[in-house]
Design a protein around this ligand. Structure first.
Ligand code: FEO
Ligand code: CA
Ligand code: CA
Ligand code: CA
Length: 595
């Protein structure tokens, strides 16, 4: 094809050893580099914020102005006229019980405490923080700053695109179907070339319940997404005291109460970090699923595509292709690009070819007879539409990232222990009981982000070396063996390309699982996309996953997130409660990270 061969990126550091110590409680990075805690759960964000209290006694009103929990996807936006000043936007995916002094409490009637639920809602969402380089060339936070902002599950948002104002979006609290309160489970992310941030809504279904078994079974938008049908079988029991998370239809209320509230989650939320007064916008043309990420691709001619994984066993890889091209001469022309375009889902044939199947009303049986009377139903029930078109069920698609040199797309398929049972083995998902995952590479026809056909290959199959032994000294089973050229890892999740074309890989596995005995704590690795060489760069504390990655414009500073550390990081004193933390990484000689 037309793909230009990217320059071979030089990986200059010496790889580090895995860390298997059960009490490992710090961040270790390759020789010649430093890693330091930069932004932790509870740190002040908005002006007037209270300091974090080590006993977790901050109130929900205080939490609303502080960093949320479970830092995940993030992006650095430089100010247009100054590369030494930027805004970092950081997702807070969910909460750990440690945000409360005494964990998650239910009262004697099985109900959550209202102030605790409010604190949990305040600790979800997004932080915007200003950063700058000081006179020593070191990045630091700017506080206070008019740009510093918290967005949470309590923040009003605008609905936009095909579902805005649609009946499927109407609730008793929002009879016009135009304003949604809050965002949930913001896992990975994306960004646009016009300087906005895209937060994705992943496991939102876990916050909702529909107690009416008959209604639940007939309502695709609930059962196909795994919303709870059981009283307390959802993450935090918010529905016990917050009516809008109880999606049981109530015929006595307009729009049946909150039966449509779950339809208003699972979208891409566009945030303009440079306008602190702006209302976040839920862009519904992207379709609704458990959206891990939305990775942008931009061709020289302005053609855009955004790639997404739906991270559940056997779910799909999607891309959204806006109808309009990016206009770099008139930024205002890009404002509503994300409201019009085509959503596609991927089919990965065993011969290494693939198709993008358009999720368009009227196409291939996406018609009223099959439950899709309009494009609105296709988008709200994107999973069901993709089932009907024959998309390929994948091993939990998480992040995507695009090689800036040739627009190849890499998608992490983190693991799937139901492969070979519920889901048949195929070339793209080749291992039964897949514990360790793989990374798939998609090469669009003519490197065109809008192409409808592609070739694919497996970039790497993660797992053990062929001669590896388990804790008892037995050779590990064949399905646990990968083909890594370099350092072993499991469960690739976060992915990101730097400007030189290094592919950074971040892992998320249970480091207590006996299958992970040889892997140690979760890690960041660096891969050469040409030679497939992979080197371990960083290891995080016990219990955490590594996720989220972004760089300063000169690529001499890199930030990653330590999510849900298990012991006492970042204090690392063996007693302070652990805090999810953004870590700043620099090279001692001031060079580009990885060089
Ligand atoms: Fe939130 Fe699929 O990771
Ligand atoms: Ca993830
Ligand atoms: Ca994961
Ligand atoms: Ca996570």
């Amino acid at each position: 094809g037309e793909n230009a061969i990217p320059p071979a990126p030089y990986i200059g550091f010496q790889p580090i050893q895995p860390r298997t110590d059960p009490l490992f409680d710090e961040v270790v990075v390759a020789d010649g580099y430093q890693a330091k805690a930069f932004f932790s759960w509870g740190d002040p964000v908005e002006t007037g914020a209270t300091k974090w209290k080590a006993d977790a006694s901050n109130t929900w009103q205080e939490q609303l102005k502080q960093a949320g929990d479970n830092h995940d996807g993030m992006h650095f936006f430089a100010f247009p006229d100054n590369n030494n000043r930027g805004l970092m936007v950081i997702n807070h995916e969910y909460i750990n019980p440690t945000i409360h002094t005494d964990g998650l409490i239910y009262d004697g009637n099985g109900k959550r405490l209202p102030d605790d639920v409010k604190k949990e809602q305040a600790a979800h969402g997004v932080s915007v923080i200003e950063v700058n380089k000081d006179s020593h060339g070191e990045w630091q936070r700017v506080y206070p700053s008019l740009y510093n902002r918290r967005i949470s599950t309590l923040t009003p948002m605008q609905a936009s695109g095909p579902l805005a104002g649609h009946d499927l979006f109407k609730t008793v609290a929002d009879p016009d179907g135009n304003e949604i309160i809050g965002t949930l489970n913001n896992c990975s992310n994306g960004f646009t070339p016009w300087g906005t941030y895209l937060a994705c809504e992943e496991n939102w279904h876990n916050y909702f319940v529909n107690h009416d078994k008959t209604d639940y079974q007939s309502r695709v938008s609930h059962h196909r997404y795994g919303i709870s049908n059981d009283k307390n079988d959802n993450y935090y029991g918010w529905s016990t005291i917050d009516a809008r998370f109880d999606a049981t239809p109530d015929a006595s209320l307009p729009h049946q109460g909150y039966v449509n509230e779950p339809n208003r989650f699972g979208w891409v939320v566009e945030i303009d970090p440079f306008d602190p007064q702006s209302k976040p916008i839920k862009r519904t043309a992207f379709g609704r699923f458990c959206r891990e990420c939305v990775a942008p691709s931009l061709a020289d001619n302005g053609q855009l595509a955004f790639y997404s994984g739906d991270d559940t066993r056997g779910e799909y890889v999607y891309k959204f292709v806006p109808s309009q091209r990016f206009d770099k001469t008139q930024m205002d022309n890009n404002k509503d690009i994300l409201d019009q375009g085509t959503l596609y889902v991927g089919r990965f044939n065993d011969d290494g070819t693939g198709r993008w199947l358009p999720l368009v009303h009227g196409n291939e049986g996406l018609t009223a007879e099959n439950g899709f009377p309009s494009q609105a139903e296709v988008l709200v029930n994107a999973r069901a539409a993709a089932d009907l078109l024959g998309a390929t069920p994948m091993d939990r698609p998480e992040w995507a990232t695009v090689n800036p040199h040739n627009l190849d797309v890499y998608v992490s398929l983190t693991n799937n222990n139901k492969r070979g049972k519920e889901f048949a083995v195929n070339a793209a998902n080749p291992r039964p009981d897949n514990r360790h995952g793989q990374i798939i590479k998609i090469m669009e026809e003519q490197a065109n982000p809008a192409a409808t056909s592609f070739n694919w290959s497996l970039f790497v199959i993660a797992g053990e070396k062929p001669d590896a032994t388990d804790a008892e000294g037995h050779k590990v089973a064949d399905h646990l063996v990968g083909n890594i050229q370099g350092d072993i890892f499991s469960s690739p999740d976060g992915l990101g390309f730097d400007q030189d074309g290094r592919l950074w890989i971040m892992t998320d596995y249970d480091d207590d699982d006996p299958f992970m005995a040889n892997m140690g704590c979760n890690q960041v690795l660096c891969a050469n996309p040409q030679t497939q060489e992979i080197k371990r760069f960083l290891v995080g504390p016990r219990g955490c996953e590594l996720t989220g990655i972004t760089w300063s414009p000169d690529y001499k500073a890199m930030w990653v997130n330590i999510q849900h550390p298990g012991l006492s990081y970042p204090a690392s004193d063996g007693k302070t409660r652990p805090r999810s933390t953004t870590v700043l990484i620099t090279k001692n000689d001031g060079g580009v990270i990885g060089s």
